[in-house]
Design a protein around this ligand. Structure first.
Ligand code: SF4
Length: 499
């Protein structure tokens, strides 16, 4: 939803319609208090840009197309231009249609026969979702209302079986799905949804909405920070795998986990959460932790990978969104209590980094001993994909996999739980809870930002100084992940009295 123009007119654009489907409060704020909406963060912005790139690429499927008033958000101007260009009977990109207070800009409109049109909506994902059909139905309603004869409605999305070989083969990169029937089944519902959205927008006051699953689905709502900051620490939405239960408790007036009565139906792990909050003492199952630690055979290699993935495969042999490892950190402990040795790799240049990544990793990883990763399924998956692309590593990877131990295990099973984990077993929650030290001093604090920053300084136009600055942040971030794992193991030993 862009342009004050649309807000002033209270015209419901497609993005406003999607916001209304999620939450009446969100769409009301878009129209009445847009200044209070936070700007998209770096990760969201990168997703938008990735989507735009795919949208532009998909236009190559339609020869001789015309883009309708690029960069222009003025509804009346776009609509007039669209009406003029429709006469040419050529593919139109971003054509705009105004109908009964809704304004739909259509990714691609393609002429069929002498007077009909096919509509195409491009999505940067590899599967269809119900919300995509609702968006298409919103467009179809506006088109039909504006007098356009619709032939078929299509969704265009990424073909997850496409493997790049040479220049991008655009017709094979995308899949087209005929959704005409599903769209027509949505016709009545879309009518109702747009009416509901309009009546929300017309309200003088913001509707009261109770927080719920809509705040995190299909992604994090831009207003989540504001709506949720009224909740106290250790509130019921932090229950382990218990979001819906948490919302029910909130509605019944129970805000804090420690207030949940004994007869409240909690799972065993949620009950551990409540107990640790009430007592302030971590929950420890010594025998399970001992058994876990006994598996660790020196030299112990703590390893962490960073990867990027793009909708348009960047190198030959890649599928859409296939992971490409560009960095690893490895801390090796020759024996318990020894000073760890550190080794790291961060790809340079714009070529496919996988071969060098595997070479360096093979050199760095000890030939015996345990290999520890946090949520090891990620590292194992990356290694498997690399071995498929580079078969010379198949045997090595097969043997390596047997030595992997997942440090997530004692936390996911609640053999150890500290109330400061706040219902999460992720390393970003466990490390500060168990050691008191976290990622707050780092410029890069999560894998998604690491990936975006690597792509930006590797393939984008940046100064050498900026590239160097970001690369040093990447090294610090990945290095803390593996050093942090050693500290977590020490924390576990301490918790069972072994240190
Ligand atoms: S955070 Fe939740 S309640 Fe608040 S506007 Fe978003 S979806 Fe609605």
């Amino acid at each position: 939803m862009s342009g004050a123009n649309q807000h002033d007119l209270q015209v419901l654009s497609k993005s406003a319609f999607v916001a209304a489907l999620r939450c009446p409060k969100l769409v009301w704020k878009f129209f009445h208090a847009p200044e209070g909406l936070p700007k998209p963060d770096q990760v969201t912005q990168a997703r938008f840009e990735g989507g735009h790139e795919l949208g532009r690429l998909a236009r190559a499927l339609f020869a001789d197309g015309i883009e309708v008033m690029p960069q222009c958000c003025a509804v009346d101007l776009v609509q007039e231009a669209t009406q003029r260009l429709l006469q040419l009977r050529r593919p139109l990109f971003e054509a705009g249609f105004l109908y009964e207070g809704t304004f739909a800009r259509v990714d691609i409109l393609h002429p069929v026969g002498s007077d009909a049109w096919d509509v195409y909506e491009v999505k940067g994902c590899a599967s269809l979702e119900e919300s995509h059909i609702a968006e298409l139905a919103f467009e179809a309603r506006a088109l039909a209302g504006a007098g356009v004869r619709l032939h078929r409605c299509w969704l265009v999305y990424l073909n997850d079986e496409y493997v790049r070989s040479g220049p991008i083969d655009v017709p094979r990169l995308f899949v087209k799905a005929d959704c005409t029937q599903r769209v027509s089944m949505h016709a009545q519902r879309v009518e109702q949804w747009t009416d509901d959205a309009h009546s929300v927008i017309k309200r003088p006051a913001c509707p009261e909405v109770v927080m719920g699953v809509q705040c995190d689905q299909p992604n994090v709502c831009p207003l989540r920070g504001k709506c949720w900051n009224c909740l106290p620490n250790y509130n019921v939405t932090e229950l382990y795998r218990g979001k819906r239960k948490g919302f029910r408790l909130l509605q019944s007036g129970v805000e804090r986990i420690y207030e949940i009565p004994e007869n409240g139906s909690l799972t065993a792990r949620q009950a551990i959460q409540r107990k640790t909050i009430r007592t302030g003492i971590p929950h420890v199952e010594p025998e399970t932790i001992k058994a876990f630690l006994r598996q660790l055979a020196p030299p112990i290699a703590f390893v962490d990978f960073e990867t990027f993935s793009t909708g348009v495969p960047r190198f030959d042999g890649l599928k859409p969104y296939q992971r490409v490892p560009f960095q690893f950190s490895l801390h090796t402990l020759s024996e318990s209590g020894a000073t760890p040795e550190h080794c790291e790799f961060l790809a340079e240049g714009t070529l496919d980094p996988r071969r060098e990544f595997m070479e360096k990793l093979q050199d760095a990883i000890p030939e015996a001993g345990s290999i520890v990763a946090y949520n090891a399924v990620f590292e194992l998956g990356v290694l498997t994909e690399c071995a498929e692309a580079l078969p010379q590593y198949e045997n090595w990877v097969r043997n390596l996999k047997r030595r992997f131990i997942d440090l997530l295990q004692p936390f996911r099973s609640f053999a150890y739980y500290h109330h400061a984990q706040r219902g999460s077993a992720s390393m970003k929650s466990v490390l500060p809870a168990i050691t008191g030290r976290g990622y707050e001093d780092l410029a890069i604090r999560d894998g998604e930002t690491a990936s975006i920053e690597f792509l930006r300084v590797t393939f984008g136009q940046v100064t050498p100084e900026e590239r160097q600055r970001v690369r040093s942040h990447l090294l610090r971030y990945c290095g803390l992940d593996t050093l942090g794992m050693i500290q977590i193991v020490e924390g576990l030993r301490k918790a069972i009295g072994e240190n």
